[in-house]
Write a new protein. Structure first.
Lengths: 340, 391
């Protein structure tokens, strides 16, 4: 009920307050109010957007917002999070309720073209997978013919699921819930044979099951899910800032700069590092920031690899390998244009 | 001129016209502003998306629907699901509510206390929590997908839902349907004739027996005459084969999904508590002298309730009852929490895939508004019929 009221209110807000939607200068607004409003995952998706018992946010998506706050304010804590569900997220961004949407959102053409928003880049290359009970004796998604599948409504997942089963001529039944919590409960109760969502989400959700080791994630990845942050269309300056914050995270890893060693790197002779740190040239000014904006990002939140390892990497309970998300120079496809 | 200004009729009209104009301008401005802002923000607008292919599956559909159907069709499926759960919810909540409401007034200590406990407990727990309770209680209590409980040999229950035989209409089934209609018509006629005769002669013809014979006899004759056009499609349960292939097969029989059962239970049980209170207040509002007078005429307690108290209580009960029906209908939008594909749930998926929030929200609002108006109109008509006619 609350959700419905919220979306209606947002709709009403769209109708009445044109200024926020069309208004230029998100950066100026953010600077004026003194913090960044970030749309994050309200469904407690461990490793991407989740709150602990103290209400402290963590996750890759969350850290991206902190990186933006660090670039703007040199203070990663100057960010407020709005927990959003899958259905609310675009409206929240469109209506100006949040300045940036960083909520494991798949970049697709229709979203890029008809929702009035722009995807900044890819923070995590993901794909949709299936989780099943080991006792089911299934080793491939192609054996799921006739399965009952639980999923969350209001995501690209439902569509991929339908496409996959249709293209393989397999009958199936989908049971779609509004929230992750209920999907998981229903799956655990045995309402469904399989649980489908982005593979990263499956790893995170599996941890919440009573006996995680009784469940397995099938090897098939049935879709491309490039997850990334998005901003509103029509504010190119803000778009550029968000985009280059992401590139700074990636470039820092490539140049070997970490939270710990970035101060030492100030004495480096490498011109790329000098430009990155703002010692040579001033790349901050055109995007409305100080010359050491990239330094502030890394000093406060670390580079992409550090964020990955801290939230979802092999040493965390999720234990996800870098895989596609490794740098292009290390066998992955994460690649950022250079700062020069 | 001054007289015109001071004329109350003209002033009344002038103010009303001005109000309507301002309201109209306000509404138009909102719509226009929204459209312009959407365009400026590069967000697609309009209802053209309703014809595009939906591409997602729906677990319960009353009309044919596949992934290749359109968004419009998907919304229609959701709409019918809402109507189904709201309609049945209203029916069950009313029956239960009337029973509990009357039971609360029962002179029997146990009956009235049980009814009171039921009302007080269920009325004071938020509906969403009850919904989760019933849904997951239902899920946890029944056997898993590869097992079943069987009742009377034909009803099977497991976590996939209640699997029952499906009535299939073969060729010539319309004759049976027609026979049922004719039987009902004859029953109405017989009842009227019986009452008239009782009024005239004081003796009551055996209408009940005659009605039973007509109700079952006519359709049965039609059924055999048309070559038995109705048959049952029974659920098929596989005990062997690969694990995923075991259990009930999707293309045989009819399945009532647990999402529906959970939602219907929660809505009916919750709303019934309010209806019970409405009924109780209505019954208590009937003057005690009426009951005593009826008793002194020698009517039985059952007859007093049916012939004296309830007809008078109804006119007090119906207006607040309408509110409860409207509440139930609107509360059915909680369905999405337990995966029941109602209009809000399906609309949410459509909204997410097309991104056209304003359009989808407008469809939601129009539908619920329309449904509420319809319910109010029906109940208003009913209210007029039972209202006390004062001469």
């Amino acid at each position: 009920m609350n959700r419905k009221i919220a979306s209606i209110l947002v709709g009403a807000a769209m109708a009445l307050t044109g200024a926020t939607v069309a208004g230029a200068g998100t950066l100026e607004e953010v600077k004026a109010k003194g913090f960044l409003q970030c749309g994050a995952n309200g469904g407690n998706l461990i490793g991407f957007g989740a709150t602990d018992e103290k209400g402290e946010w963590s996750g890759i998506d969350v850290d991206f917002c902190r990186a933006m706050a660090a670039a703007i304010f040199n203070d990663p804590t100057k960010v407020k999070f709005t927990p959003l569900n899958a259905k609310e997220r675009f409206t929240a961004l469109q209506s100006g309720e949040v300045d940036v949407l960083s909520r494991n959102t798949t970049w697709t053409m229709s979203r890029d073209s008809s929702l009035g928003l722009q995807f900044v880049g890819v923070t995590y290359y993901d794909g949709q997978g299936f989780m099943v009970r080991k006792s089911l004796g299934v080793s491939s998604a192609l054996e799921l013919s006739g399965a009952k599948v639980c999923t969350q409504t209001g995501t690209t997942t439902e569509l991929n699921l339908a496409d996959y089963f249709r293209s393989h001529n397999m009958p199936y039944e989908v049971v779609a819930f509004e929230k992750n919590e209920e999907v998981l409960q229903a799956y655990e109760a045995g309402r469904c044979d399989a649980y489908t969502t982005d593979a990263s989400g499956l790893y995170a959700e599996r941890l919440k099951l009573t006996n995680p080791e009784e469940h397995m994630i099938l090897p098939e990845i049935i879709s491309k899910e490039p997850l990334g942050p998005a901003v509103r269309q029509g504010d190119d300056k803000w778009f550029t800032l968000a985009k280059w914050t992401l590139f700074a995270l990636l470039n820092a890893e490539e140049l070997g700069m970490t939270k710990a060693n970035i101060d030492e790197k100030k004495t480096s002779d490498n011109p790329e590092i000098k430009r990155f740190l703002g010692i040579e040239g001033n790349f901050g000014e055109p995007i409305g920031l100080s010359s050491d904006w990239a330094y502030n990002v890394i000093k406060n939140v670390g580079n992409y690899g550090e964020i990955f390892d801290a939230n979802i990497g092999p040493s965390t309970p999720l234990g996800i390998a870098r895989g596609l998300n490794n740098l292009w120079s290390k066998g992955g496809i994460q690649y950022a244009p250079p700062i020069r | 001129m001054a007289t015109l200004l001071n004329n109350p009729t003209i002033r009344g009209y002038a103010f009303q016209i001005a109000f309507v104009l301002v309201l109209g301008w306000f509404v138009w401005d909102i719509i226009d502003n929204t459209a312009r802002n959407l365009q400026k923000a590069n967000i697609a607008a309009g209802y053209g998306f309703l014809d595009r292919t939906a591409g997602f599956g729906i677990v319960q559909k009353l009309v044919p629907y596949t992934e290749a159907s359109s968004y419009g069709r998907a919304l229609y499926v959701g709409l019918l699901n809402t109507l189904l759960v709201a309609g049945l919810g209203i029916l069950f909540a009313s029956i239960l509510g009337f029973i509990v409401g009357v039971a609360r007034l029962s002179p029997n200590w146990l009956v009235s206390r049980v009814a009171t406990a039921y009302v007080e407990i269920l009325r004071n727990i938020p509906l969403l929590l009850q919904l989760f309770f019933w849904y997951f209680a239902v899920l946890r209590a029944v056997p898993g997908m590869r097992e079943k409980w069987t009742l009377f040999g034909v009803f099977h229950l497991n976590i996939g839902g209640l699997h029952i035989p499906k009535l299939v209409l073969g060729e010539g089934a319309w004759t049976v349907a027609a026979a049922v209609l004719i039987a009902v018509a004859i029953m109405v006629f017989l009842s009227r004739w019986g009452r008239a005769r009782q009024n005239r002669t004081g003796r009551r013809p055996p209408i009940g027996l005659l009605n039973t014979v007509v109700l079952f006899g006519l359709p049965l004759i039609a059924f055999f005459a048309a070559g038995r056009p109705l048959y049952f499609d029974v659920p098929v349960f596989n005990e062997t084969g690969p694990l995923l292939r075991r259990g009930f097969q999707p293309d045989a029989g009819m399945t009532i999904v647990p999402e529906f059962v959970g939602l219907l239970l929660a809505l009916s049980l919750y709303t019934a508590t309010y209806i019970a209170e409405v009924v109780r207040s209505g019954v208590q509002a009937v003057n005690r002298g009426q009951t005593e007078a009826a008793a002194s005429l020698g009517l039985l307690p059952r007859q007093i309730l049916r012939l004296v108290v309830l007809p008078q209580a109804l006119r007090i009960i119906i207006p607040p009852l309408t509110n409860q029906y409207l509440n139930l209908t609107k509360n059915s939008s909680l369905a999405v929490a337990v995966a029941y594909p109602d209009l809000v749930s399906v609309g949410g998926t459509v909204l997410n895939q097309t991104g056209q929030a304003v359009e989808v929200v407008s469809i939601w609002m129009l539908f619920y508004l329309g449904l509420s108006f319809l319910t109010s109109a029906v109940m208003g008509y009913f209210n007029k019929r039972v209202a006390l006619v004062e001469r």
